[in-house]
Design a protein around this ligand. Structure first.
Ligand code: SF4
Length: 457
């Protein structure tokens, strides 16, 4: 299996055609600024015309199904199934490109929207055509100024050449961990609040304005744009049978060149670290899938491969393509306590077990990381983990519990050391895991910014 991967900083500009190998999504990506429409067309060619019949399945959906594309937002759901569900619902659909990344260690969608906005918009436009949708909404973090501006410029550029009559709206989303979740995003777009809601109904049933709504993340739409041009067979030339194609990964921690990389699905993670210039300090462990993900000891780095089925062997998953390397210099107990405090701060505060359970977990972990640890506190953490799992409207408590449980299992000896001797000298080292400042209720507002209604129905 090929293990090619590449960094956006090193991409040569590729001429239009049918590229084999990598880069695909990141082909021609500029180090600064973004590709304009003319550059985008000279690289990838024009958007193909895909047929849509009222009674028959759309050509795009059939091709996406053949490609085996799965969503790159973390849930790994088959994209064709999502499209099909929206197409089969009553009412004129709405398409939402979700480029809002609440995960502090993920920058892939921000990178795509900042540098390659037309590739993402192409995918959205194809979905609009395939579904006969009336509106395309692009949701980005309020703080992602560069992505916002780049998308606004790209939407204006496409204004006169667009094939569909769908309106395009660019909407800011609060910088909260849970705000990018599908139901929270729908709630925000409906002018309520960026909070997850209980399901059903799912967005394909009642989404924006109670209309059937397709929500997929920005990277998924970029893949759709390339599959429509080059076909399902081309897409499957990379990756595994169960997980074809390539994926974007945000790699951070002690590597020479942290950043966003494109990796073949199923490729060894060791080759990703090599592409990033190798480790700049001895590694203790890798956090896979983000802050709702799992730790894997660094000794497994050479045998880890980037796919659902292969990471599952280590109790992990690719999630939204986040890989964080933790160095030997860091204290994993102190880092876990810091992360637990941040995750507790990111609870939307509307489900009791999440609000109170995550707070109590953070406090117990801080006790363990500090001077007052004793065995009973560890037992208390285990009890609390059982209390928060599957007890929220969204996946936040489950993800937090998974991460904390994984830390306790992976760093068992370090937790034991802390229980016996209190703080260690590594506790004094600067924190390594990237976090955003906790943002409380002021971000739970209905604030919504809408730019560039470039096309009116
Ligand atoms: S589980 Fe937590 S984050 Fe999710 S909706 Fe409930 S309170 Fe909010």
């Amino acid at each position: 299996m090929s293990s090619a991967q590449s960094t956006y900083a090193e991409q040569p500009t590729r001429a239009a055609g049918s590229p084999v190998g990598l880069p695909r999504l990141l082909a021609g990506i500029p180090a600064h600024g973004s590709l304009d429409l003319a550059e985008h067309h000279s690289l990838h060619g024009p958007l193909p015309q895909m047929t849509r019949h009222r009674r028959r399945r759309s050509e795009l959906i059939a091709e996406i199904e053949r490609s085996g594309l799965r969503g790159r937002g973390g849930a790994n759901f088959p994209t064709a199934q999502k499209l099909e569900a929206v197409a089969g619902s009553r009412g004129r659909p709405i398409v939402v490109i979700n480029a809002a990344e609440g995960e502090p260690a993920s920058h892939k969608d921000a990178t795509l929207t900042r540098a390659l906005p037309h590739l993402v918009l192409d995918g959205g436009e194809l979905a609009v055509q395939a579904l006969g949708a009336s509106e395309l909404i692009v949701a980005v973090n309020e703080s992602a100024i560069a992505g916002f501006e780049s998308l606004a410029t790209a939407i204006a550029e496409r204004g006169t050449s667009a094939r569909s009559s769908a309106r395009i709206r660019l909407v800011g989303v609060p910088d909260r961990y849970v705000a990018g979740q599908e139901t929270a995003l729908i709630s925000h777009l409906n002018g309520v609040s960026a909070l997850p809601t209980f399901t059903p109904p799912l967005p394909f049933q009642h989404g924006v304005a109670r209309r059937p709504t397709l929500v997929s993340n920005a990277e998924t739409f970029a893949h759709v744009a390339l599959i429509a041009r080059h076909g399902a067979h081309w897409f499957r030339e990379l990756g595994t049978g169960a997980q074809p194609g390539s994926a974007l990964v945000t790699l951070s921690g002690p590597v020479a060149y942290p950043g966003v990389y494109e990796i073949e699905c199923g490729a060894p993670l060791g080759s990703l670290v090599d592409a990033a210039g190798g480790l700049s300090a001895p590694a203790r462990a890798l956090l896979l899938g983000g802050y709702g993900g799992s730790w894997v000891p660094a000794e497994h780095l050479d045998s880890l491969c980037f796919s659902e089925e292969q990471l599952a062997l280590y109790g992990a998953s690719p999630g939204a393509g986040v890989v964080v390397v933790l160095s030997e210099n860091a204290c994993p107990v102190a880092e876990t306590a810091r992360l637990a405090r941040w995750l507790a701060g990111e609870s939307a505060g509307q489900c009791g077990p999440c609000l109170h359970g995550l707070e109590a977990l953070a406090t117990s972990l801080e006790t363990i990381a500090g001077q007052d640890a004793h065995a009973a506190t560890r037992e208390r953490v285990e009890q609390l983990l059982a209390l928060v799992r599957r007890r929220g409207a969204c996946a936040h408590p489950d993800g937090s519990a998974r991460l904390i449980q994984s830390a306790i299992d992976t760093f068992e000896s370090e937790f034991d050391e802390h229980a016996r001797y209190g703080t260690c000298e590594r506790c004094l080292a600067p924190p390594e895991l990237p976090l955003m400042q906790p943002r409380r209720t002021r971000h739970l507002s209905t604030r919504r910014s809408s730019l560039s209604p470039a096309r009116q129905p």
